[in-house]
Design a binder for this molecule. Structure first.
Ligand SMILES: Cc1ncc(COP(=O)(O)O)c(C=O)c1O
Length: 438
């Protein structure tokens, strides 16, 4: 019998998206290897260190040999601490049995699509939004339904827009406040309007996935409100959060989700068993200390005040640049300037229209500016399409992270401004390097 040639990878693997914040790394290395230092405004992690008392607890746990398999749902001690936080932060009384610990805030995004959605079911998610929401949809055969956040509405989710997108096939509605990449925060009134639409139009089995990983990073005295705290929403909402942003601990890989029922939590526990058995117990005890330690509120407050000051300075500087408009974000540590004017002035839109179709498919005007700014002016930022591609045509934005010293941020903005004025450089970049770099 002749050997049949088969493709190496399963079809679904071609459908999986990615997080470009990780993909831009090799480009930065390539520029730095050529001897030029890059100003990195692409990073999605706070530029602070894990508090000493958390590190001390992790070291202590290692010395106690707390290095073995543990409860796949997460240590009870940590889940109890999370339950207390749910009470104090959201006025919710949650049994630890409804809580599951994951390696970061990220895994529950894909797991939820896997657990709640059949092929053909629809997932509504914010766009621009964290890329993993969209990335998993086609991989799992789920239909992606982007909910486009509009600058003119402060990048918030409008209840009317949500209402229009809900169909009989809707199974999961993803919300993210404070938002990555826009820094948008929903007011209580906006959340109430969303909750009303959801309760009116969705059957009780439709779940809201509320990604609240930036819950502590809110500005101007505003406090985070969870949609789960609104009447009738706790039983429909999965609250997801973690330790990566609040405690500047992206390498710790500790996140968690609170599920409407214990039954649901147990399904996720079984996914944990199937995928990775459990999360390192010494880090989980560190996370527990992070939540319980009396110094934590002051540590977080200091970090948030620093982000707010940087935001104020950089938003002002960005808005002084001809061709850029930038809203003032209410939370998280990102700025999301509109560079539509820049794309026109620098000839990016024209250059995009003239690209061969194959290259055009891989990029966008803001993606072209991103690569030009990196290779010719040594400043790394993220482009609009890094935050959901479907239906994003004609939207020209960048995401800048404010997770760097103010002097570094100011230098970054200077370089962006220099890139904007470098019309000749942009034309040469497109002529010489478009095929290779875009
Ligand atoms: C909105 C949002 N959700 C989830 C995550 C994932 O966080 P973690 O690193 O804890 O997996 C991020 C990280 O950038 C994020 O921005």
């Amino acid at each position: 019998m002749a050997l049949q040639i088969r493709s190496l990878f399963a079809d679904r693997i071609g459908q999986l998206g990615t997080e470009n914040a990780f993909k831009i790394g090799p480009h930065i290395v390539a520029v730095e290897n050529s001897g030029k230092k890059v100003v990195r405004l692409n990073l999605g992690e706070p530029d602070f260190n894990l508090p000493e008392y958390v590190k001390d607890e992790i070291k202590r746990q290692l010395d106690l040999n707390n290095t073995h398999y543990c409860d796949p749902k997460g240590l009870l001690s940590l889940r109890q601490a999370i339950a207390k936080q749910m009470q104090s932060m959201r006025s919710l009384t949650v049994s630890p049995e409804r809580i599951v610990v994951f390696p970061g805030g990220k895994p529950s995004i894909g797991f939820c699509q896997e657990v709640y959605c059949n092929r053909g079911d629809e997932v509504i998610y914010p766009s621009p939004g964290f890329p993993i929401y969209e990335s998993f949809t086609r991989y799992l055969g789920v239909t992606p339904v982007p909910m486009h956040l509009k600058e003119e509405h402060g990048f918030s989710v409008s209840a009317d827009e949500l209402s229009r997108l809900i169909t009989e096939k809707t199974k999961l509605i993803i919300l993210n406040f404070p938002s990555n990449p826009t820094g948008g925060v929903a007011t209580l009134e906006q959340l109430e309007a969303l909750a009303d639409v959801i309760k009116r139009k969705c059957s009780p089995e439709v779940r809201v996935y509320s990604d609240e990983i930036y819950e502590y990073i809110t500005f101007d005295g505003c406090k985070h409100v969870s949609i789960a705290s609104l009447p009738g929403m706790e039983q429909r909402t999965i609250i997801s959060s973690g330790f990566s942003k609040t405690f500047a601990w992206t390498g710790g890989r500790i996140g968690y989700a609170v599920f409407p029922t214990e039954e649901e939590a147990n399904v996720f526990k079984n996914l944990n068993i199937n995928y990775f058995s459990c999360i390192p117990p010494f880090n989980q005890e560190g996370a527990r200390i992070a939540l319980e330690h009396p110094q934590s509120p002051a540590v977080i407050e200091k970090m948030v005040a620093t982000f707010q000051h940087r935001r104020d300075v950089i938003v002002r500087k960005l808005n002084e640049i001809d061709g850029i408009t930038c809203l003032t974000p209410g939370g998280a540590f990102y700025l999301f300037p509109n560079i539509g004017g820049v794309c026109q002035k620098l000839g990016v839109i024209d250059a995009y229209d003239r690209l061969p179709a194959a290259i055009r498919q891989r990029t966008s005007p803001s993606g072209m500016f991103q690569m030009f700014a990196l290779y010719n002016h040594q400043v790394a930022v993220m482009d609009r399409n890094s935050f959901g591609k479907i239906g994003a045509e004609g939207q020209h934005y960048l995401r800048l992270s404010s997770a760097s010293e103010l002097s570094v941020l100011e230098e970054g903005v200077k370089r962006i401004e220099a890139a904007i004025q470098d019309k000749h450089g942009f034309a040469s970049f497109i002529a010489d390097r478009a095929a290779e770099l875009l």
